[in-house]
Write a protein that binds this ligand. Structure first.
Ligand code: F6R
Length: 255
């Protein structure tokens, strides 16, 4: 695992974007795993800039998103598909046929989840998976207690998560109860992982993930078992770490 600490969110996002761009230049048909949430927004902004100003080409890239709410169509402004369109997809030259976001409106969710796993495999597996981390150590919708070997499946959202989300929905609208999420095992099969965390609210989770015991109670801690995981942090998110982390990712060659 390589932990890269930048002073603040912007340089952290720019460093992480350099890694994605490097992998894409080396492999134009990169299979890229994507996350929603506020943390990767700076990374996506920088990738858009690379595309517009430096011609970074996404035309052969295939993407797989980590998760989606059950019951929300891509047109719903709280769906993760909508989020991805707004913050990345519509600004770059991805082929829409190469975009995969779990289908919140799938008629048979279990069949869909098996298909999603199969589709990832057919595309040769995910080359680089972007991840955020929850304050409780979750990755994707794999909350504490999730099996570290889990695959893409439906999960019930916790009361806390639903409560947190309710502010984004109209008073008469149902807040989603379920989500489809890649499993921890699915994420770990990716050839490289790029986890981003910013601000003090994530410091405890980052400490548990990077330096704590590997446990299902902190699903992100499994990244310690990955052969090629990059953890991009700002100083606040790194503030609880006791190890020395000041490498640059460019200086490292992985076995
Ligand atoms: C989103 C996802 C979530 C977020 C996490 C952090 O696709 O998988 O696990 O990465 O909840 O969210 P932010 O970045 O909003 O703090």
């Amino acid at each position: 695992m390589l932990v890269i600490v930048n002073d603040t969110y912007d340089p952290m996002s720019k460093e992480a974007a350099k890694l994605v761009a490097d992998r894409l230049r080396k492999k134009p048909n990169l299979v890229l795993g994507l996350a929603t949430g506020s943390t990767p927004l700076g990374l996506y902004k920088e990738l858009i800039r690379f595309h517009k100003e430096e011609g970074l080409d996404f035309s052969k890239v295939t993407t797989f998103n980590l998760d989606e709410y059950v019951g929300l169509p891509p047109s719903h402004n709280q769906s993760y598909h909508y989020f991805m369109n707004e913050h990345l997809f519509k600004h770059i030259n991805l082929d829409p046929r190469h975009i995969h976001v779990p289908q919140g409106m799938a008629k048979d969710v279990d069949v869909f989840c098996s298909w999603y796993e199969q589709r990832i495999a057919e595309c040769g597996g995910i080359d680089l998976q972007v991840l955020g981390i929850g304050a409780n150590g979750h990755i994707a919708f794999n909350e504490p207690g999730s099996s570290l070997g889990s695959r893409t499946r439906i999960k019930t959202l916790t009361g806390t998560t639903r409560g947190d989300n309710s502010r984004f929905f109209k008073p008469n609208e149902d807040v989603p109860r379920y989500a489809i999420t890649m499993g921890v095992g699915t994420i770990m099969d990716s050839k490289e992982l790029l986890l981003l965390a910013s601000k003090t609210g994530k410091a405890e989770a980052v400490k548990a993930a990077v330096e704590g015991p590997i446990t299902a109670m902190c699903p992100a801690s499994i990244i310690q078992m990955h052969r090629s995981a990059f953890v991009f942090l700002d100083k606040e998110a790194a503030s609880e770490l006791t190890g020395m982390y000041n490498d640059t990712w460019e200086s490292k060659v992985f076995a």
